[in-house]
Design a protein around this ligand. Sequence first.
Ligand code: SF4
Length: 267
Amino acid sequence: MSIFISPACILNPMDLPLAKPPWTKLGRRLESMTRKALYEHHMLDGVSKVALALSGGKDSLTLLFLLKAISGRGFPELEITAIHVTGEFSCGAGVDLPFLKAICYQMEVPLLIRESTQKREGLACYSCSRERRRLIFDAAKEVGATTIAFGHHREDHIQTLLMNLLHKGEFAGNLAKLEMIEYGVTLIRPLILISEEQIRIFAREHGFHRITCQCPVGANSMRKKVDKLLYELEALFPNARSNLAQAGFLYGSEKARKNPQKTYADH
Ligand code: SF4
């Protein structure tokens, strides 16, 4: 199912939590960190079309607002298409679609919607996220975008790193840029240097922090448990998060690059 938004489904722009420059102090910081990640990892070299995985949660909306703000300002003008996966279960299910459509309309970003087949019974993050990812890849290619931006942030990277290390003895976090040759797409993660807490505060500043994943599997996932573990580690080692993230970038990249399918799925 493909849906391009139309003016008929517009909510009052005044009611929408849109984030645009001029930024707050935090907004300026986030834009600068995003620019650094884009620049240092050559994420947009030769790229004019970008597909953006838009679950509608705080991370993907932050990514949308920041990429739109950066487009054409020191980077090439980007043709951004948002892709949302809906369905009974998928991260982003339960997001108010008219609300998401209205945001995209106001941001002048076309929105494509795809339907996941996941049902509650037998639901598991691994298969669910794989299907969602496949739907996003296919939709991106339909609009001629082979670069796909995901809203993964520093904590996603650290959690992936710890899960791979503790479960499989592999040191592999999330890469900032990953070419998936077998699918003909390149994943980019422009928010990879930004902490989840910074995104949370930014979302609160602009009023889009209320949308969260309602999935019961996600609430009890290994990722959530590792997240709790991180708080305990941080109590003992205050710089644990930044050190783990840095170690992952320095030493955990090659493994993730060689074996992207075998590392923990993002979610
Ligand atoms: S939390 Fe996991 S199972 Fe639930 S929707 Fe997200 S990826 Fe699917």
